[in-house]
Design a binder for this molecule. Sequence first.
Ligand code: SF4
Length: 215
Amino acid sequence: MHAFSDLATAAYCPRKLYYRLREGDHTVPETVRERRSLAFRYPELRDPDDDLSREPIAVTPTQYRTNLACARERLDAWDALANPPRTNVLLEGREARGIAHKVLEDPLAVSVVSAGDPPDEGAWRPQTARAVAAAKALSWEEEVEVGHAYVEYPAHGVVRKLPLSTRRKAIYREAVTRADAIDGPPARLSDDARCDPCEYREECGVTTRSLRSLL
Ligand code: SF4
């Protein structure tokens, strides 16, 4: 049984998951907690009288409110996402267990909240793997098909609806396969974009772009 967070890490880099499992420290940093908490305060954050200057947002207050307004306009489930019936729900599926930050009803769906920055469309692979894992676990528990999930990037006020497409399920499946296979350090990536921000890069020994520029 894998943790949702481990599958997200496996989708990012299996070697990173190896380090993470070996270290055994799954503490969520305070900055991540603060950013995630924004996803539970949308009605307040949309209020034009609310001062956003001290909030941990990654864009200007004007852009932030514009993004929230777009999400509200675009998403049928906005009201449920802004006032979720169930929050921080522990789900246990056939292959994975973990926390879904929001569980919505009618139709049944999960939402996972990321402290990071969103891609231009959809969600990054780690959040996709985590969202599919949570949706599959909810489906397993409720014995009802769950057809989509949401990924929220609350530091930007961005919310993405993810139908559980074949491609997204394949990302999840690959993450499970990678996590199942870990019994020693997997090969390093040769991917500056992922290695540069990785907290294990020194231990890992990759030569990142930022290090190369110093050499
Ligand atoms: S530095 Fe790169 S290869 Fe090494 S664990 Fe991190 S992401 Fe993976």
